[in-house]
Design a protein around this ligand. Structure first.
Ligand code: DAH
Length: 362
């Protein structure tokens, strides 16, 4: 009786057939088909390997070696053929495909920095260089921090409803409000921290007003410097340097004009020199002045209200509107556009995020 298992001759024939088919496979898909037929889970050779389990030990030894040999031969042949086919496929695609290096590059959609953010970053960078730290306070304030502590008397027009957005009265008859300026951050800082204090407080402020130069929400940066022996000379030096650096104009004329704020004494309004050329505003030089911020020496009463001894400490404060700074620096004329979220406007007036602060390259 002949063995139910293939003889050496049969095996050699099988191997020869598979090798021929492997050699003849014209594509990677055809090669994979042959591989599955021979070595796949249900494949011919796999079945032979499985049949070893039912053999006597002697037969298993003999056939096992033979089966394994054919498996290795076929595996090697398939591997070698696959490498060749892959190389050919690559050559083929390289010879057919080409790149047109003259095509314009893909247009990356990049965002823009809003002029308001840009002006804010630039101003804070300069003030940070001078040693001011950033402080913040809440947008929703109470009467004490927004007015009373700042020596704004009960009947001051700023308290009237047309300027201030008030919330409804609470059970105790008190009403919160949206802060009308960043000055309450001065109060909060002095009440929480011992001098020396050197802070700038950027943030949103709210007033009931709307026209070409007023919006109900706008932004201010407040400054406060409290220490022993701080005087008006420090204030002048600080703001002159700030204006000249912000407007990138080293000899920008800066003028201090007497002014009035309840929370400072003396108070000043600060103007920068400007002129007009062909109907356009030019910052620096010229015969005109533009008001850009308010400042003064912190009023004794404010220091007292905030728990700072005015006989030991003095200081100066200033406040500026960031939209106004941005409009002057970048030549924008309508404040309302700042808040309309028109991407065409932003595309035009926004700054590139890849240009560093102060126009430099990062
Ligand atoms: N709070 C003032 C305003 O909103 C601006 C201001 C003026 C702030 C003088 C100050 C200051 O700190 O000293 O109009």
């Amino acid at each position: 009786m002949t063995s139910p298992h293939p003889s050496g001759q049969d095996l050699a024939a099988k191997q020869g057939q598979y090798l021929a088919r492997i050699e003849g496979a014209a594509t990677l898909e055809a090669l994979e088909e042959v591989r599955l037929e021979a070595l796949g889970k249900q494949g011919d050779i796999t079945q032979l390997m499985k049949s070893l389990g039912g053999m006597s030990p002697e037969e298993r030894k003999e056939k096992g070696e033979a089966f394994n040999q054919i498996r290795v031969v076929l595996q090697d042949a398939i591997g070698a053929k696959r490498t060749r086919l892959e190389k050919e496929a690559l050559q083929e695609s390289l010879s057919k495909e080409w790149e047109d290096v003259t095509l314009p590059g893909a247009n990356l959609q990049k965002g823009r920095i809003h002029p308001l953010s840009q002006a804010m970053f630039e101003a804070l960078e300069i003030l940070g260089d001078m040693g001011f730290y950033v402080a913040e306070g809440p947008d929703i304030e109470d009467d004490f921090h927004n007015f009373t502590a700042l020596n704004i008397p009960e009947l001051h027009p700023a308290r009237q409803d047309q300027d201030t957005f008030y919330f409804p009265k609470d059970a105790k008859g008190e009403r919160l409000l949206l802060r009308t300026h960043t000055s309450p951050v001065q109060v909060r800082t002095m009440m929480n921290k011992k001098p020396p204090i050197r802070i700038v407080a950027p943030g949103r402020v709210y007033r009931s007003d709307y026209d070409q130069t007023h919006t109900p929400v706008f932004h201010q940066i407040e400054g406060l410097y409290i220490d022993k022996d701080i005087h008006m000379g420090h204030l002048k030096g600080c703001l002159e340097t700030f204006c000249q650096r912000f407007f990138e104009c080293p000899d920008l004329p800066v003028r201090f004009r007497p002014g009035f704020f309840p929370f400072t004494e003396p108070s000043a309004e600060i103007d920068i020199g400007c002129g007009r050329k062909d109907g356009r505003l030019v910052i620096g030089g010229g015969e005109d002045w533009l008001e850009i911020l308010g400042a003064g020496m912190v009023h004794r009463k404010v220091l007292e209200n905030c728990g700072v001894d005015p006989d030991e400490y003095q200081g100066f404060a200033f406040g500026m509107g960031v939209e106004r700074l941005a409009m002057l620096k970048y030549g924008l004329t309508d404040l309302r556009a700042f808040f309309e979220s028109d991407v065409r406007w932003l595309e035009h007036y926004g700054k590139s995020p890849f240009a560093g602060l102060m126009g430099g390259v990062l």
